[in-house]
Every structure is written in C-alpha cells, then in structure tokens.
Design a protein around this ligand. Structure first.
Ligand code: MF3
Ligand code: CO
Length: 249
C-alpha cells in the first residue's frame, strides 16, 4: 500500500530533507584529499544531524552499524565508513537519511576527491543527470515505470549500466515504504503516482557490468568487474504543481 502524505506530512519530510542537504554539503566541503577518512565524515554527519534535532535514519536500520553509507570508487552502495583516508582522484558516495518529527528524508551524492580522471567525471555527470531525468517524470498521473524507463534509457544511451540489485523506494514514517522505484523497466508499468506520493529516486550507475557482489560484512556491495560506480539520490514529493525535491537546503 502506498501511503499518501498530506501537506503537513510533506512539510516534515522537507524539514528532515533540509537537514540532510545541509549536512551533506558540510561533509563534502570538509573533504581533504589524503587526509579525511569516511569514519570522520560519518561522525561529522551524525553530529550535525543531532545538532538540528534529528537522528540518523540508517543507524540500527536492520542492524546497520553507522549513520551513513560511504561508498568509494568500485563500491556501489552500503559501504561502511572506515579509517582509510580518501585519496586525490577517488569518487565518494555519501548516503544518509534524517528522521525528525516522525518523518524520514534520504539523499545520496557522489563527490570527486580533488582532481579526478575524465572517465570518472563523465560517470558522475551522467549519473546525476539520470536522477534529474527520473525526477522530471515524478508527476501526478504518471506511473513508477515512467521514472524507471527514463533513467535506464538515459544511462544506457550513454554507455553505462544500471544496477538491478537495489532500487529506490517510498519514504515517510518509514525509511522504506511502497512503492519500489526501480531504475530500470518499462514506461507505463507499475503503480500510478498520485498527489502526496513521496519517493526516493536513486540511480546506481556502473561504468562496466551491472553485476554487483556483496562482501562478507553483509553490507558492502562492489562492482563485479572492479570498475567505478556512482549513486545520486533525492527524496521527491509528487504534487499538483509537479515534482518537488525535498532534500535541498
Ligand atoms: N540510500 C539507501 C536506501 O535508501 C541506503 C539505506 S540502507 C541502510 O536504501 F540500511 F543503511 F540504512
Ligand atoms: Co534511499
């Protein structure tokens, strides 16, 4: 069942989303190549979230051990923050959510560490643009498959592949609600988007094969071929006026 949100609910998700976006920016601005560790960024994000009266959505979710997921280079998603300093040329996916006043917001962004290679730069640009293309389809009367097909087409037309293993999701009082929002599929398929639907659109895009492997920690997912992967995510409300991105400052 898709739980539709009234405007007062959306306002709370917007407030959680504002905290996500603000903490995301401060984390990204604090990255020093060769020095900053994912663990440091995780602790910074948690401190900032709590400072604003929120709590990290991921901490303890199905036993997840940190406030953030931090996925570097060939790590696709769900990287557990560790003490390995980020190096110039890395790409780093910062992914976290905030829970406040009963509602979650969730966002992810892949940042360059210092100067990065041309191929990495292009992967980030195409993946970010695929998210915006997907968001543009989050309109009343469209179907979830319209988002899915749009993201997939754009990514594949640019020579990359879309991860199948994980999908976007509804969001609200729970971090994960219906509907599932795959980044692949057929236009015109899936549930109808109604006014008050709130979803996370989160394409995970690989340079090479879309196959992923989960490491022994039970969380970290890496590309099977060791090539790069990027991930961008926003929380979006379907409103009468069109898509509203809720994870912005
Ligand atoms: N952004 C991802 C998602 O929405 C990460 C959450 S997984 C967690 O599914 F377990 F770490 F919370
Ligand atoms: Co998500």
């Amino acid at each position: 069942m898709i739980i539709l949100k009234r405007e007062s609910d959306i306002a709370k998700i917007r407030e959680s989303g504002r905290i996500v976006a603000w903490a995301m920016r401060l984390c990204s601005e604090s990255i020093v190549p060769g020095k900053t560790t994912p663990k440091f960024l995780d602790e910074l994000a948690e401190k900032l979230i709590r400072e604003k009266g929120g709590r990290p959505s991921f901490l303890g979710y199905r036993g997840y051990p940190a406030a953030t997921c931090i996925s570097v280079n060939n790590v696709v998603i769900h990287g557990i923050p560790d003490e390995t300093p980020l190096q110039e040329g890395d790409i780093i996916d910062l992914d976290f959510g905030v829970y406040k006043e009963g509602f979650h917001a969730d966002s992810a962004w892949t940042f360059p560490v210092g100067r990065i290679a041309k191929n990495a730069e292009r992967l980030l640009n195409i993946t970010q643009e695929s998210l915006w293309q997907g968001i543009s389809k989050a309109k009343v009367g469209n179907k979830v498959g319209d988002i899915s097909a749009t993201v997939q087409k754009y990514v594949e037309a640019n020579g990359y592949s879309i991860v199948r293993e994980l999908v976007g999701h509804g969001i609200g009082r729970n971090l994960h609600e219906e509907p599932s929002v795959p980044n692949f599929g057929r236009a015109g398929s899936g549930p109808v988007l109604k006014e008050g639907t709130t979803i996370c659109i989160e394409p995970m895009v690989n340079e090479g094969t879309y196959d992923v492997v989960t490491l022994e920690d039970g969380w970290t997912m890496v590309t099977k071929d060791g090539k790069l992967s990027a991930h961008f995510e926003h929380t979006v409300a379907v409103t009468r006026e069109g898509p509203e991105v809720l994870t912005v400052e």
